[in-house]
Ligand binder design. Structure first.
Ligand code: FAD
Length: 285
């Protein structure tokens, strides 16, 4: 089975200590052969300066950077400024997102003079001269989904607007990602799919985050993590889950895996080691 190409997602750290921790994590994560690193953008534009600074830091380490950008909390003029700032900081590609409400509660409300959704943002990126534009895709239905067919139509509209790659939300199994890839191909939508994989560090946090994204954590995984935590082998269990998922994605023909590293090295490195993407590690904290 050929190795997939790999990428990593980080979020802008808050405070000097968190910046140092991200640098430390990157020092270790760079053992993985990375095609690019993506940097998130806070809901409602809440991290704009920190995101630009993080793009600069990561690009300064020699990585191709995929900058996320959302529509909320800013006018079209401010979004145009953000595109310029991210590009000047070293972004070579953009992930165009609608985004959520800033407090993650309630529905997305566009800024009165802002982009109303991802399609409008893709077009703005095109107009700003960007050519490498990517978008999000949902293997399990997004809370705002109007059904599988409408989701496919929306993905087609993203491709028609200028996107070439779709990056998936994480899922707890490989199967929904493989099915989404097949539906995109069967519909003739010209989008390459990058599969998101979240190496689990803290099950309670991941389960909470998943629920906020409208994704139900599988009860057997919930029970598995409880039992593993009781026996002091939660890391081992998390590595087994991540490895099984990566293996199934690759076995299903996925060519690119995007690792949601959450600014931590250990969980991602353990999966990378088990998959043979990096040499065996003596010990990974
Ligand atoms: P869209 O895909 O445009 O829409 C969301 C849902 O509504 C989809 O199910 C879509 O099918 C449906 N929908 C919307 N418009 C239509 C339409 N016209 N017709 C039919 N259906 C429609 N959030 C952040 O704040 N910062 C980040 O950095 C960030 N990074 C992310 C990275 C990835 C890979 C993913 C998957 C998500 C990320 N998110 C991020 C979360 C994202 O902002 C939320 O999931 C948000 O609610 C949806 O944004 P979107 O661009 O995917 O929306």
């Amino acid at each position: 089975m050929p190795s997939p190409t790999l990428s990593l997602e980080v979020f802008p750290p808050r405070g000097a200590g968190a910046v140092r921790r991200l640098d430390g994590a990157m020092d270790r994560l760079e053992a993985i052969p990375l095609g690019h690193v993506s940097v998130t953008w806070g809901a409602g534009g809440s991290t704009s300066e920190a995101s630009v600074e993080t793009v600069r830091r990561i690009a300064g380490r020699g990585h191709d950077v995929l900058a996320h950008l959302t529509c909320g909390g800013q006018s079209k003029a401010e979004t145009a400024e953000a595109i310029g700032a991210l590009r000047d900081a070293g972004a070579s590609a953009f992930l165009a997102l609608r985004g959520d409400a800033e407090d993650m509660e309630g529905p997305f409300e566009p800024h009165p003079e802002g982009h109303g959704g991802s399609l409008s943002l893709i077009r703005a990126l095109r107009e700003a001269g960007e050519t490498d534009i990517r978008v999000a895709a949902y293997p399990n239905p997004h809370p705002d989904s109007r059904g599988r067919e409408a989701d496919l139509d929306h993905l087609r509209a993203k491709a028609d607007a200028g996107a070439r790659i779709a990056v998936t939300q994480f899922a707890f199994e490989a199967e929904p990602i493989l099915r989404l890839r097949d539906r995109i191909a069967a519909a003739g939508i010209p989008l390459e799919l990058h599969a998101g994989l979240l190496p689990i560090h803290d099950w309670a946090k991941v389960a909470r985050f998943a629920r906020a994204c409208g994704l139900a954590p599988p009860p057997e995984m919930d029970e598995g993590f409880r039992a593993a935590a009781r026996d002091g082998r939660a890391d081992l269990y998390a590595t087994a889950i991540g490895t099984e998922q990566a293996d199934a994605l690759m076995g299903g023909g996925i060519e690119h895996i995007h690792l949601y590293a959450m600014n931590r090295a250990g969980p991602t490195l353990r999966v990378a080691e088990a998959m043979g993407w990096i040499p065996a590690l003596a010990a990974v904290a």
